[in-house]
Structure formats: structure tokens, C-alpha cells
Design a protein around this ligand. Structure first.
Ligand code: SAH
Length: 432
């Protein structure tokens, strides 16, 4: 299971050789018949121009437009490589649906409400949220609600279309920012985009569940000569294999991306994550809204977290690129720093704490009361335990929110009593 397994030592010291430039002869390409096309492509590239950054390796492996892992696979669920919270239990998406509506209300019930999800997987989270929106029709009233999915994978966008619209979508011309459009089962307009910047401006609640961990990271090692970038090179002992090396000289990334006060020996930095969180922050500051980022991660403390998953097991990150999931823990302290001072950030708090604050226990009881089938009841209880047990997903996953600056200063009631409206999930939900 993706959430419980950990690599003890991802990169043995023996791999940390100091690298020069190319380390492989041209004849190595001929020996690659049994390897993935991405591996062949990367080896040719390294032969031509030298070792590549871990970020480039990760980007090619995951989102290469022809054979990237996300581009051609449905990797989620029991038959895939990993399982995620929205796939495990409907309660997860339902509680996030309540969170979206609660933030829309707290921000003044904007007449336009865009639900924007980054990396929607199979569409299960959005589907559960839309069911909540339908149930809360009386609260949402005549609000102009629309759904916007940012998805790089054509394969997964098809699954999302099926899950959310019953395949009632049409594809759009290449010159348009939207690549697929339709109407959800619940009657809302829904659009698909490749990039966040293509989503129309307007009040939005952004959700990113297990999205940031898939963005490419650079890896850096502190050496006696200062910070050096970890690169991916061809293994001279075995020219159809890759290995990690430490660059001799500073790279652009090692000069630009390390904080001055950094005190770890090894760091992973995700500049694409920074760009995306800055875009979310700019939009929230300008157009209103909120973002909820859920991922496994840390608050600037962890070091070597880059790992691979295949068939629910850990997988050597440098083997069979494009055939396995590659992921790194999200550094929430970095995301917070990158949002600047135009927004307010909350968290990270653990998944257990967030879901408990959102009322997961009561929701489970309601579902159990109306369910008499023993196997469904057992499934509900098991998935609940999986979500909140500290040994399982409960402490491993973190919730982090980006909110408008005024959000926590909003007044409630009279001018004299300026009580901020609590942000659901981050404080215990009370009946008010
Ligand atoms: N949120 C889903 C899926 C998580 S897997 C869940 O929790 O079940 C990561 C998702 O992000 C996939 O849908 C993948 O195709 C998408 N993705 C990965 N990199 C992306 C990128 N750079 N841009 C847009 N989507 C991306």
C-alpha cells in the first residue's frame, strides 16, 4: 500500500559518486531492446548532453506526451499501482464537498462558483463532491456553479468524463484552451484543461489531492564544496541502467533553489509546485476563493523522500521509467513561503485531525445506520480506519489551505465582536 511502505535507504552511498560528464559508450543504445522507450530516450539524451536533473528524469517518466506514466495508464485502485483516499471511501469526498461549500459561504456566497480540481485521477473525488452540491441545493440556490479539471493525461480524462458525465463530453479544437467539455450528471458545465492558467478567472475553490507529490523535484546534497545537485547518469558498469551521481560543479538549480538558512544535508525542491501554488495564491487574492492541498508531506524537515511505486510495492525509482509511479513528499513550508504575503495559509494538519474536525465519525454512523449488508458495513469501517488511523493514512497525509488574506479577519455579528469565521477542518466544526 502506497501509504505504509517506506524505503529505508533510497540511494545507497555507493551510488553517490561524483560525476564528470558522459559515462557511457554509444554501443549501449543497442542493448536496450527490452527496456522502456523512455529509458532509451533518456539514455540517448544523457549520451548526447550529459547527466540530467532528477526533475527532468521525473518529468519525462511521468508526463512524457507519448509514453509518460500518467499519460498512458490508469494506475489507481486495487489493480493499479496505488490507491488514494477518494478511491477508498465516499466519505472522504463528501467531507471535502462540505468544506468547499463552507468556504464559499464564509467568503460571502459569491454568485459564481468554480470548482477546480488539479489532477483528478479517476474523477471519484469530484463525483462525491458534486453529489454533496446536489444535496445542498437549497444552500447553493441559484449560484452559477461550474467544474474545471486540470489533467495532463488523455487516458485519465476519459475516465473522468465517464465517471462525471457518463461519457457525454465532446473534444475541442487544438487551438482552444479547453480540450474537453461536457455537462455533469448533476447538470453542471464541466471543462478540461492541460494547465491551471487556462482555467477562466473567477471565484474558485481549488482542490489538489495527491497532485503536488507528482510534480518534478530537484535533489541537492550538501558537500564540502557547498550545495551540489544530484543528477541521473548512465551506470558505467551496466550501460542499460541508470544511477545517481552528484554534480561536480554548481548547476543553475543548485545556485537558485536552496534557501540561505537551509540546515539539512539533503533537500528536495519542487519549483513547479512553487509556480502552481503562486498561481493559486494570485487568483485567490484577485478573484476570491480558497485552495485545499492534500498530500503526504512535511513542514521543511524531511530529506530523501523520492520513491517509486508499482503494483502497490516500492519500486526502484531508476528502473523502468514510465512504468511506475514516481513521487516525493510535499514540502509544505516551501509552498507556504512561495505563496508570498498576499494570502493566508493554514496547516498542514494531519488527515486524521482534518477529517475528525469535519465530522467523519458522525458521517460514518449515518451511513452505518442505513446499511444492513455486512460486507458493505465492514468495507465502510475498514476504509474509515484506513483514512484516519495514525499508522495508516491518518498521520501520513496532511491538509494545507490557501485562503484570501481577509478570510481569517472576517467579522461575524456586531462590529465590537470581530470573531473570525472558523475554517472547517482546521478547527473543530461546531453547530452554529
Ligand atoms: N487526485 C487523484 C489522482 C492522484 S494521481 C486521487 O487522489 O485519486 C495524480 C493525478 O495528477 C493524475 O490524475 C495525473 O494524471 C495528474 N497529473 C500529474 N501531473 C500532472 C501535471 N503536471 N498537470 C496536470 N495533471 C497532472
Amino acid at each position: 500500500m502506497r501509504t505504509v511502505l517506506r524505503l529505508k535507504r533510497l540511494m545507497p552511498e555507493v551510488l553517490w559518486t561524483m560525476c564528470g560528464n558522459r559515462s557511457c559508450s554509444n554501443s549501449s543504445i543497442r542493448r536496450l531492446e527490452s527496456n522502456t522507450s523512455i529509458l532509451k530516450h533518456l539514455i540517448s539524451k544523457i549520451i548526447a548532453t550529459g547527466p540530467i536533473s532528477v526533475a527532468e528524469y521525473m518529468r519525462e517518466s511521468l508526463t512524457n506526451p507519448v509514453s509518460g506514466y500518467y499519460v498512458k495508464n490508469d494506475m489507481l485502485g486495487a489493480g493499479g499501482d496505488f490507491i488514494t483516499s477518494p478511491e477508498l471511501s465516499q466519505i472522504f469526498g463528501e467531507l471535502l464537498g462540505v468544506w468547499c461549500v463552507s468556504e464559499w459561504m464564509a467568503a460571502g456566497k459569491s454568485s459564481v462558483f468554480q470548482l477546480v480540481e488539479l489532477g483528478p485521477g479517476r474523477g471519484s473525488l469530484a463525483s462525491d463532491i458534486l453529489r454533496v452540491f446536489s444535496q445542498l441545493k437549497a444552500v447553493l440556490g441559484e449560484t452559477d456553479i461550474s467544474v474545471h479539471l486540470v489533467e495532463v493525461s488523455p487516458k485519465l480524462s476519459q475516465l473522468q468524463a465517464k465517471c462525471l458525465t457518463g461519457d457525454q463530453t465532446w473534444t475541442c479544437n487544438d487551438d482552444q484552451l479547453v480540450y474537453r467539455s461536457g455537462t455533469t450528471f448533476t447538470g453542471l458545465p464541466i471543462n478540461w484543461y492541460h494547465r491551471i492558467e487556462d482555467v477562466p478567472r473567477g471565484f474558485s475553490v481549488f482542490l489538489a489531492h495527491e497532485f503536488f507529490d507528482a510534480l518534478p523535484i530537484h535533489k541537492f546534497q550538501r558537500t564540502e564544496n557547498g550545495w551540489r545537485e544530484v543528477m541521473v547518469d548512465i551506470d558505467p558498469e551496466s550501460p542499460e541502467k541508470l544511477r545517481f551521481v552528484v554534480s561536480h560543479r554548481p548547476t543553475l538549480a543548485s545556485s537558485m533553489l536552496i534557501q540561505k538558512d537551509e540546515n539539512r544535508q539533503h533537500v528536495e525542491v519542487c519549483p513547479e509546485g512553487a509556480v502552481i501554488v503562486q498561481k493559486l495564491a494570485n487568483r485567490i487574492a484577485d478573484d476570491g476563493g480558497a485552495a485545499l492541498i492534500v498530500d503526504y508531506g512535511h513542514d521543511g524537515t524531511k530529506t530523501d523522500t523520492f520513491r517509486g511505486f508499482k503494483g502497490h510495492h516500492l519500486h526502484n525509482v531508476l528502473e523502468a521509467p514510465g512504468m511506475a509511479d514516481l513521487t516525493a513528499d510535499v514540502d509544505f513550508s516551501y509552498l507556504r513561503r512561495m505563496t508570498g504575503n498576499q494570502v493566508t495559509c493554514l496547516g498542514p494538519v494531519t488527515q486524521r485531525s482534518f477529517l475528525k474536525n469535519m465530522g467523519i465519525d458522525s458521517r460514518l454512523q449515518v451511513l452505518l445506520r442505513s446499511c444492513h449488508d455486512p460486507s458493505t458495513r465492514a468495507q465502510l469501517i475498514n476504509s474509515y480506519d484506513m483514512l484516519i488511523n495514525p499508522e495508516k493514512m491518518g498521520h501520513r497525509f496532511q491538509f494545507f489551505s490557501v485562503l484570501g488574506r481577509g478570510r481569517l479577519a472576517q467579522s461575524q455579528g456586531s462590529q465590537k465582536n470581530l470573531t473570525p469565521v472558523p475554517v472547517a477542518g482546521f478547527t473543530e466544526l461546531t453547530t452554529q
